[in-house]
Ligand binder design. Sequence first.
Ligand SMILES: [Fe+2]
Ligand SMILES: [Fe+2]
Length: 471
Amino acid sequence: MVSIQESIGLKAPSFAPAPESKHSKVIRKTFSNNKDSDYTEKIRELGNEFSYADNNGVLWGDRELSLLYGTPLYEVCSESQKLALNHLYWVGNYNHTAVSEATTSIYNMVTNGVFRAYGGYDTLCDELDFETDQESYHIRAFQRVGFKTKTALVGRTTLGNSLFEDLQQGSERGWLKPLMPQAVRNYFTSTQGSSPFSLQRDRTLTFVAKAMLRDKKRYYSSYLKNLEEKGEQIPAPSDGLGGRIAERYWLRFFTVHWGMSPFMACQYYSLRYTANAILKNQEYPYVRYYRELERKGEFIPTPTAISHYHLLDEAFHTTISQTLAKDVYKDFAKPTAYEKLISGLIVYKMQNSLLSGLSGILPGRCVYDDHLLLTFYYKLLKSPLFDMSTEEALQWLERCVCENHEGYQVGLKYHRSLLELMRRLFNHLDYQWEVNRDMGVMAAGGSIEKALEQNRKAFQQFSTLVRSRKS
Ligand SMILES: [Fe+2]
Ligand SMILES: [Fe+2]
C-alpha cells in the first residue's frame, strides 16, 4: 500500500493493480474470520446469565492461579477460602483486563485516525473499529461477573486503592506545607483535576511532540483533532496496564506521537502486543482447564467458559498487533532518529513498569508488590473473608511478601513463558534499542532474590504508613 504522497516523484506510476502484500492478506483474512466468528456473542450471553451461586462450589482455573497461592497464609486457609481466592484471582485479573481494554479501545481510535488520513488501509481501519466494538462486550461481561462475585464474597468492602491515595496525599501535603508559600503550592497542586503546573507541562510537551513531528502534520488523527476542537485533553490512561507504564503526562506526550506519525502509530502496536501477551500468558491456562473439563464431561464454570471464548476473540487482535508492529510499519517512511529515541524510551519504560519483577502474593504477574497491590491485599485480609485486625493483617502480609515460598516459583514459571512471548516479537524490531530487542530489563527481573529485596522494601514503607495513620 503506497500513499499518493509517496508515489509522487519516488515511484513510476503504475496502472495495474498492485499485488496484495503478505501483511495486507493477513489483515484481510483476520478481519473476515473475526466477523464470521461468534465468540463475542457467546461471551455476552455467558456474562448475562452468570450467577455466582451456580458457580461457587468449584475452581474456575488451576489452583495456582489463586490469590496468595503458595504463601504461608494459603496453607492455613479453609477450602471455602481457597475457592474464594481462586474466584477472586479471576475477578482481579479480568477487572485489570477490562480497564486495559478500555484503554485499547481509545488507542484503536487514535491510531485509526492516522491510517485513515494516510489512505489505503480501509480493511485495517474496519478491523480496528470492529475490535473496539468487541472490547465493549468483553468489558461488560467481565464487569458483571466481577461485581456479582465480589459482592458475594466480600460484600461492600472496597478493594480499590483509596487507602493508598489517602496515605500518599496526606504525606505529600504534609511535606509541601512548611516548604512552600500558598501561591506556589496552588500552582503545583490541585484537589480537583489538573493543577496550573500540570496543564502548562502538558501543553509544553504536546508542543514539543508536534514540533518534532511537524512533517507528519497531515496524518494527525481526526480523533485527537476532534478532542482538541472541543477543548478536551489528550487522552492518557490512569489505570490498567497502560496506566502503569508511566506518569500520565508522559503517556499524553506519547499519545501525540501515536496519533500523528504512521510509523509511531504502528509502534503503538508493539505495546498492544505486550498487553495481548500478558493476557494470553494467564488466559491460556484457563483454556487448558476448560478443555480438560470438557474432555471429562464435567461441569464448566461460566467464568472459565468466558476465558475460553475471550482467548479465541483475542487471538484475532493479537494477530493484528503483531502484523502492525512487525510488518506494516515498513510501508511507511523509515523512523527518524527522534522517533527511534521515543520508541526506545516507551518500551524501556514499559519493561521497567510492567515486566521487571515477581510478586509474592499475585502468582503469575511479573510485577513487584507495590503499594497498590499491598493495599488491595491489606483490605482483603480485613474484609469479611478473613476478618483480621490491622496488626494481624500486617503480620500475615509480611510473611507472604517477605519470605520465600512456592508462590514465587509459580511467578518465575509465568515470567519465563512471558519472556519467550515477548522476545518472539521484539527480537524482530531492528529499530529498537538492544535492551528492548532482547527484553534485557525483563530478563534481569526474573530473580526471586531481587524480588524479595524489592518487596521487603515496599512492605516496610507500606506498614510504616499504615501504622502511622492508625496512631
Ligand atoms: Fe478483549
Ligand atoms: Fe483485544
